[in-house]
Design a protein around this ligand. Structure first.
Ligand code: GDP
Ligand code: MG
Length: 163
């Protein structure tokens, strides 16, 4: 028995970077520019001896007639419902923004299991944002650097009991 992990959070926090690291192939595009990735992407993740399904959410960057909030809600709810566990990612360098609070609210209401990850935590730049992440009320945040691979042993420890 395995599980499905959904990576959710606002654009540009590093979701696709983590997805790519877990999946090991560049299935999801990573870019600084808006509009590069779309909707929901699924891959088979490997983390040490764990094998699980990982979902990357995107598509919030694109301009459509639907409001950003509406799309955010719809897409996040879809991902949350597909998942056994959600990794809610914030950008530790940016801190907790109003958009992050919207995600937190959706997850509080809907998700079975949430891991708050404070990404971009390499070096000291993310310390204040990491501490702010406690205020989301979704448990102790996990400091992560998806780009540099920091925090992976701790992520493994959290996910292992779910496998
Ligand atoms: P997404 O929109 O949430 O999928 O974010 P992306 O994975 O596309 O990453 C957005 C930007 O953040 C890219 O420029 C990444 O290189 C950068 N990024 C991702 N993870 C990290 C990290 O751990 N540290 C730093 N400093 N930058 C990161
Ligand atoms: Mg992305």
């Amino acid at each position: 028995m395995s599980f499905t992990l959904a990576i959710v959070g606002r654009p540009n926090v590093g979701k696709s970077t983590l997805f790519n690291r877990l999946v090991g192939r560049r299935l999801a595009l990573v870019d600084d520019q808006p509009g590069v990735t779309r909707d929901i992407r699924e891959g088979e993740a490997r983390l040490v001896d764990l094998r699980f399904t990982v979902i990357d959410t995107a598509g919030l960057e694109e301009a459509t007639d639907e409001s950003l909030q509406g799309r955010m809600r719809r897409l996040t709810e879809r991902a949350v419902d597909m998942a056994d566990v959600c990794l809610f990612m914030i950008d530790a360098r940016a801190g907790v923004l109003p958009a992050d609070q919207v995600f937190a609210e959706i997850l509080r209401k809907r998700a079975k299991h949430v891991i708050v990850a404070a990404n971009k935590s390499e070096g000291a730049a993310g310390q204040a944002g990491y501490l702010e992440a406690f205020s989301l009320g979704l448990g102790e945040p996990l400091p992560l650097s998806a780009e540099h691979g920091e925090g992976m042993p701790e992520l493994y420890s959290i996910l292992r009991p779910l496998a």
